[in-house]
Design a protein around this ligand. Structure first.
Ligand code: 5CA
Ligand code: ZN
Length: 416
């Protein structure tokens, strides 16, 4: 089969002297520190990828840069990382947008995936080893849906659409990823792509697994399911299973995916394999603009590609993103970019100067220490400001190089 989707090229990552510790990250499911093994050697990281229309806005970029930092910190601690990301290259919102623009959905998806890849490259995000489109995963999704039907975890409506039974007995049980009350689940389900009102469903929360062919919509061979196309959550469950394996060390994405997406992925995964889906869930706060969550549906977007076109330095964009803790919600303003440019210029000037070796060593420990503590990048950027003010009084170029390498390897900010 032709593999249509390629990831992007890997940035150079300098080796930094010594070794960092494994990070303690906040797990949204435990609502506290994730209980990853202290001696973790291999990590499986799955981060929910884009639905390719109107990408890449700064909210997407914040999410992928946050997990990029996680990956860098793991690598610095000697952890071997398997990183998988999907592309939701077939789904209702993509088809609706293509229709509205009067373009072919495949062309829309391809052009947006291209933009996303070049944006990620510019931001120096380490690419996933497996970058998998929903479309290429369809044969595996069909097998999985068929198995869920055969085991009684799914049912077919009169029109042929297949739904997952959220009441299926699984361990860990449905609800244990998000810990939400049923009324909260119902509200979020309706808001975020679910269809509580569809007649014939056993439970309003049951999510779609396979949508049978409709006139004018693309469809694929579904074997005994009949022609159709996959639901959203089963896509990520299957891709994560096939390319990373369960349990994932971390399942990641923006906080808009806590429910229903990650809860349903977990349910599908456990119903299919008997295994826990993920040991920990990490969710990045929502980036907003002009008073609202930045989202494709609202259209209040600041696109990375547009900033780059206007000549913006990608490292300044990265500095804006890292100046907020990954878990906090924040509003983007142009002022943040102006501030980031000034800081970056100061760090670059400092990178041309000499640093006291003890101060450099201390800063390296400080960077590592703050990263280990749930990726506290804002504190590190403040400490870099202090470093930039203190250089030049004496010291060596080698000491400066140590700082430059650490900032590059651990934060992905290139000061050259
Ligand atoms: N394709 C699905 C995931 S399988 C999806 O949510 N696509 S997306 O294009 O809408 O979003 C891509 C990623 O960016 C997701 O992890 C999402 O949670 C995150 N994201 C979307 N909007 C924002 C935002 N405003 N701030 C931070 N992260 C965001
Ligand atoms: Zn996903």
């Amino acid at each position: 089969m032709l593999v249509r989707v390629k990831s992007w090229s890997t940035p150079q990552i300098p080796v930094v002297a010594g070794r960092g510790k494994r990070p303690t990250v906040f797990c949204s499911s435990h609502r506290g520190p994730a209980d990853t093994p202290r001696k973790l050697k291999e990590a499986r990281l799955y981060v929910c990828g884009i639905t390719p229309y109107d990408a890449t806005h700064l909210g997407h970029a914040a999410t992928y840069v946050a997990f990029d930092v996680l990956q860098r910190v793991w690598r610095d601690a000697g952890v071997d990382v398997t990183y998988v990301q999907n592309i939701t290259d077939i789904d209702d919102p993509l088809l609706e947008r293509a229709d509205a623009r009067g373009v072919d959905w495949r062309e829309l998806a391809d052009s947006q995936i291209d933009l996303f890849r070049s944006d990620m490259e510019a931001l120096r995000v380490i690419p996933p080893e497996s970058y998998i489109g929903a479309v290429e995963a369809i044969p595996r999704v069909v097998e999985a849906v068929q198995r869920l039907l055969d085991s009684g975890a799914a049912y077919t409506l009169d029109n042929g659409d297949v739904y997952y039974r959220v009441g299926t007995r699984i361990d860990p049980p449905f609800g244990s990823a998000s810990h939400l009350e049923r009324h909260e689940m119902l509200e979020l389900f309706a808001e975020r792509g679910g269809d509580p009102e569809t007649p014939g469903k056993e439970d309003p929360l049951d999510p779609l697994l396979w949508r049978t062919e409709r006139p004018g919509e693309p469809s694929w061979d579904g074997g005994r399911l009949g022609p159709g196309r996959p639901g959203w959550h089963i896509e990520c469950a299957v891709i994560a299973h096939d390319h990373a394996g369960f349990p994932l060390t971390v399942q990641g994405g923006g906080s808009d995916l806590v429910f229903p997406h990650h809860e349903m992925c977990a349910a599908h995964a456990t119903a299919l394999t008997g295994k826990q889906f993920a040991k920990a869930y990490m969710h990045v706060g929502m980036v907003g603009y002009e008073g609202e969550k930045m989202s494709k549906s609202k259209g209040n977007l600041v696109l990375v590609s547009r900033l780059l076109q206007q000549g913006e330095d990608p490292m300044a964009i990265r500095a804006v993103l890292l100046s907020h803790h990954y878990r906090s919600d924040w509003m983007y303003t142009e002022g943040l970019l102006v501030e980031a440019r000034t800081r970056l210029a100061a760090w670059r000037r400092a990178a041309q100067s000499v640093t006291d070796p003890d101060a450099a060593e201390e800063l390296l420990q400080d960077i590592r220490g703050n990263l280990v503590d749930d990726l506290d990048t804002p504190t590190i950027l403040d400490d870099l400001d202090d470093w930039a003010e203190s250089v030049g009084a004496g010291g060596t170029r080698e000491a400066t190089q140590l700082v430059v390498d650490a900032v590059d390897a651990l934060l992905g900010i290139d000061l050259r």
